[in-house]
Design a protein around this ligand. Structure first.
Ligand SMILES: [Zn+2]
Ligand SMILES: [Zn+2]
Length: 239
């Protein structure tokens, strides 16, 4: 057993009435710049192993206050979800000599059944193994393991794809409760580019709850396939 250390920032949006789909490019720019700065700050601290910006929207997604806000957690441990991702992606890389996330992007583009938006730097698609209906991932198209290396051009393209994705959710799902978070490389690798890890954003609309089987088995029964979810969301893109 050891003492748990860490940090917790709350990033407050000035305007009480904003929701994710109404965030202006300027709000997104400030938010993303804040994430980048705090990655840089926390990863310099000797006790920090992992940094994770998150956003909760709506009581069903555990947002404890209504005022729009993001949070940034830094911890002295690597969370299990990240440990699993890094273990299995590094194993995949050593067996196949390629990043599984880069391959996922190629696969999604080829299949084109789950892709929602794409610009020069980013792609968003419904995740093929969704844990919740409409689970959407956003990845940089070029291999980058650390969020903090994002360029100004990359930030502009990320703002574009975040706004398109949340606008689409708003049109089709009508202000759904949701969580999103950034998965980036652990702080212990903060100064090296990992060939097997590819930072990404996971967005989880919270329109359904887990039952006993999901909780007992960790096997998720989807009520809608990711392909059907993408078709449904594409109606919002066309209108
Ligand atoms: Zn990659
Ligand atoms: Zn992830």
């Amino acid at each position: 057993m050891r003492l748990s250390l860490g940090g917790h920032d709350v990033v407050v949006v000035d305007d009480h009435d904003q929701i994710l789909p109404t965030f202006t490019p300027s709000i997104w720019r400030d938010l993303l710049a804040n994430f980048k700065q705090r990655y840089q700050y926390f990863e310099e601290l000797c006790n920090v192993e992992y940094v994770m910006p998150i956003y909760n929207h709506g009581p069903e997604a555990a947002a404890s206050i209504k005022h729009p806000h993001a949070q940034i957690f830094s911890s002295s441990i690597v969370p299990n979800s990240i440990a699993r991702e890094t273990v299995y992606t590094s194993r995949y890389f050593s067996e196949n000599k390629s990043c599984p996330f880069c391959e996922l992007i190629l696969h999604e583009k080829e299949q084109n059944t789950r892709v929602l938006f794409e610009n020069d730097s980013f792609i968003s698609f419904n995740f093929y193994a969704a844990r919740f209906p409409f689970e959407t991932w956003i990845l940089p198209k070029r291999h980058e393991s650390h969020y903090k290396t994002i360029t100004t051009r990359g930030e502009n393209d990320l703002i574009d794809i975040m706004r398109s994705t949340f606008n689409c959710f708003e049109k089709v799902l009508k202000n759904p409760p949701l969580n999103f978070y950034i998965h980036s490389s652990p702080a212990t690798h903060s100064n090296e580019k990992l060939p097997y890890y590819h930072w990404h954003i996971e967005i989880l609309p919270r329109l359904s709850n887990y039952g006993g089987y999901e909780l007992g088995s960790n096997i998720i029964i989807d009520v809608i396939t990711p392909e059907q979810a993408a078709d449904f969301l594409r109606i919002g893109i066309r209108t």
